[in-house]
Design a protein around this ligand. Structure first.
Ligand code: R2B
Ligand code: URA
Length: 311
């Protein structure tokens, strides 16, 4: 049985330990904290000077997409940096890449929950050490739609597991902990409103099924192994649709759980590359897929611009 886990309440940790995002009394005992997968550290880098003004963190799977998002935000916000000066802050490691343009931090997280979890632990500590405040986080990514047109953008209400429950289960010291994965409804509505203002592609709110695998985990028939029928697949996808699921991807559960644990408002904004009620294979052209992947960037870019420019 999973136990419903709440972080220690403020009385149990010192105000400093809980104030910005982290909840770990052991951190205070470290002489130096090495954020190994970013190749950053509290001794080697002046984290408040480097990152203290961050207000928006955008994460996504692929490194080139997160570089292109940083370049896009530089243009959109009129920050005036030369493209060549927007450099990967984590250049000494190839685990993740990180770009900063003004108050926007753009980071890649790779594929799947283990990869995004490691990145988010280090990101949350980075925000804490840098003394950041009032930060909003976004995952911008790709997904398979369920009953939605290819190219539609889905803003997640709840990230749900394979049984359509809105929690993320993690085995900690041999005990299963369950962390809630509902995302901020008001933030999701604001993002939806931004997309309506852009009026270039469909955007909907829905639940997002987060899986541990792209093939059997997502009810595909085209993996190396498959021991269920096409009817079984369709039955499962239809039951997902009935549970309010409109897309499937592989990181939202960890993202939502960690945002909730750190009191960090978060949103998941993913484009559907295909409709899984029609297809398993992603067969649109390269150009079409590239254009689809810009859509979450455009929506989140508008949200950030509105917040910064106050209109
Ligand atoms: C979406 O796309 C990737 C799989 O192709 C995975 O990282 C995800 O969530
Ligand atoms: N990413 C996924 O996880 N699933 C899809 O079907 C497409 C992109």
């Amino acid at each position: 049985m999973a136990s419903c886990n709440k972080e220690p309440c403020k009385e149990e940790t010192s105000p400093q330990e809980k104030c910005c995002y982290v909840s770990n009394p052991h951190l205070a005992t470290l002489k130096e904290d090495i954020l190994y997968h970013f190749d950053l550290g509290t001794r080697t880098h002046d984290l408040p000077a480097m990152f203290g003004d961050i207000k928006f963190v955008c994460v996504g799977g692929s490194s080139w997409r997160m570089k292109s998002f940083a370049l896009y935000m530089n243009e959109l916000l009129g920050l005036g940096h030369e493209a060549a000066d927007i450099r990967n802050i984590c250049a000494q490691t190839d685990r993740y890449c990180m770009y900063k343009v003004g108050p926007v931090l753009s980071i890649s997280h790779g594929m799947g929950i283990p990869s995004i979890s490691i990145m988010l632990h280090e990101l949350i500590k980075l925000l804490y050490y840098a003394k950041c405040s009032d930060v909003v986080a976004f995952r911008i990514g790709t997904s398979g739609g369920i009953g939605v047109q290819p190219g539609a953008v889905v803003v997640t209400r709840n990230s749900v597991d394979a049984s359509f429950h809105p929690h993320f289960e993690q085995n900690v010291l041999g005990t299963i902990k369950a962390y809630p994965t509902a995302l901020s409804e008001s933030l999701a509505q604001e993002i939806l409103q931004c997309s309506k203002e852009i009026n270039r592609f469909d955007t909907i709110l829905g639940n997002t099924l987060c899986t541990l695998d792209f093939y059997e985990g997502q009810a595909r028939l085209d993996g190396a192994f498959c021991h269920y029928s096409a009817e079984d697949k369709m039955k499962y996808l239809h039951s997902a649709y009935e549970a309010g699921v409109r897309n499937i991807e592989m990181e939202s559960a960890a993202f939502a759980a960690i945002c909730n644990r750190s009191d960090l408002p978060g949103a998941v904004v993913c484009v559907a590359l295909l409709d899984r009620l029609q297809d398993d294979q992603i067969n649109s052209s390269h150009e079409v897929l590239m254009e689809y992947q810009e859509r979450p960037q455009i929506v989140v870019g508008r949200y950030i611009k509105k917040k910064i420019c106050n209109h």
